[in-house]
Write a protein that binds this ligand. Structure first.
Ligand code: PMP
Length: 414
């Protein structure tokens, strides 16, 4: 359980920050202001303890041993799946496949589902604001299968153009793959509506939830998507673990992505019978410690309450946006009406890399670059921009520090 956690107005950030050892440090002699959670969040000690306990007590392989340690590890590994199922409100734990992260989840779908279901003349739709990991796997698939990758356009605010999807949908479209929240712009896309439209046109819908799962309640059944991809390290979990949610009938019909141990039920030199779901898609020794750590992360988030996390971060978004947009020469990139946890900006006359370095010298960690969304950056006429991304452990004072540091950097760079 977190040390936490609530006062009348919501989360008690002063208290809960104590759960995050990495937030306690000085960087370049200043108290760290961590505003890079969209790249990777920080880890609470409850997750670190779960990892330690596995390594110090239960360390062994899963699904393979009758001995005590292996049984403990297997129980914890499988119970982690239940916890994530509940977190996502998937109908059953078998619909949750452990992967290395959102990237691997999307690759799994592109390979396991795509090669069977996308053919010459078919179309795959992605949006103009996608992360490279929701572009490149589809690009490779389309090239291999003679299909066409088409892009749902966005407007200058960084929102999907209204009505564009309707005109693009046709019987040729096999899947619509969109980010729930854009990592580069913060836009929240109307995924429920997108999934319903895709289905009405006979297509499936994949939602890239890498940037939504850490910030809002997720209900995949209510969303109506066929696939939902997430990464553990962005939601207080360990690195090297993530998950793919897929509806059972879709998963049942999919081809294995990787093969070898654990994904089989019997093997002869002539023929292999595959294992049941979800093990069919988890070849080899999995990321056991990381799955156990993920369970602790999900428990942590749930104990804070995703509603409370969302409310706290909405306040921060409004405050941070106001603070930064008051700086002369600063242009916000991504001004969608529905946004989450990301404020990307360009500062006139300052190269983002120089700005990022000057901010770092003041103890402030932001991301600078194309944010693995080069097409989205190019749309705004940029090759790079600075991004402040935050989480429930951030406070308004973090944005005060950022705004002051940007002003200082501006003077230095002038
Ligand atoms: N999609 C989005 C929207 C992301 O922000 C990221 C990570 N930046 C990914 C996918 C890929 O996640 P990972 O690198 O953890 O696989």
């Amino acid at each position: 359980m977190p040390t936490v956690v609530c006062n009348e107005s919501g989360l008690d950030t002063d208290l809960l920050r104590g759960d995050f050892p990495a937030l306690q440090q000085l960087v370049h002699g200043r108290q760290l202001v961590y505003l890079d959670s969209a790249a990777s969040s920080q880890t609470p000690r409850q997750v670190i303890s779960a990892l330690l306990e596995y390594y110090e007590r239960d360390r062994s392989n899963v699904h393979r041993g009758v001995h005590e340690l292996s049984q403990r590890a297997t129980d914890k590994y499988e119970s982690a799946r239940y916890r994530l199922q509940r977190f996502l409100n998937a109908a059953e734990p078998e619909e949750v496949v452990w992967t290395r992260g959102a990237t691997e989840s999307i690759n799994l779908v592109a390979a396991g589902w795509g090669r069977q279901n996308v053919g010459p003349g078919d179309e795959v739709l992605v949006s103009a604001m996608e992360h490279h990991s929701n572009i490149v796997p589809w690009q490779i698939l389309c090239k291999e299968r003679g299909a066409r990758l088409r892009v749902i356009p966005m407007n200058r605010r960084g929102e999907l153009v209204e009505g564009a999807l309707d005109t693009m949908l046709s019987p040729r479209v096999r899947i619509v793959a969109v980010a729930h929240v854009s990592n580069a712009l913060g836009t929240v896309n109307p995924v429920r509506e997108i999934a319903a439209k895709a289905h009405a046109a006979g297509a499936l819908c994949l939602v890239d939830g890498a940037q939504s799962a850490p910030h809002m309640p997720i209900d995949v059944q209510e969303m109506g998507c066929d696939f939902f991809a997430l990464s553990g390290h962005k939601m207080c979990g360990p690195t090297g673990i993530g998950a793919l949610y897929a509806r059972r009938p879709v998963l049942e019909a999919m081809a294995p992505y990787q093969s070898g141990g654990d994904m089989i039920s019997s093997v002869t030199f002539e023929h292999t019978e595959y294992n049941d779901l979800p093990h069919r898609f988890e070849a080899g020794t999995p990321a056991i410690a990381q799955a156990i750590g993920m369970a602790a992360a999900v428990d942590y988030l749930e104990s804070l309450g995703m509603d409370r996390i969302q409310a706290h971060e909405r306040d921060l978004l409004a405050y941070g946006t106001e603070r930064l947009s008051a700086i002369p020469g600063l242009r916000l990139i991504g001004t969608a009406r529905d946004k989450a946890a990301v404020v990307t900006f360009d500062l006139e006359g300052a190269h983002p890399a120089d700005l990022g370095t000057l901010l770092d010298h003041q103890g402030i960690a932001v991301r600078v670059g194309h944010h693995c969304a080069e097409p989205a950056m190019r749309f705004f006429g940029l090759s790079a921009a600075a991004r402040a991304s935050f989480s429930f452990y951030n406070t308004r004072s973090d944005f005060d520090a950022l705004a002051e540091a940007v002003e200082t950097a501006k003077e230095i760079l002038a």
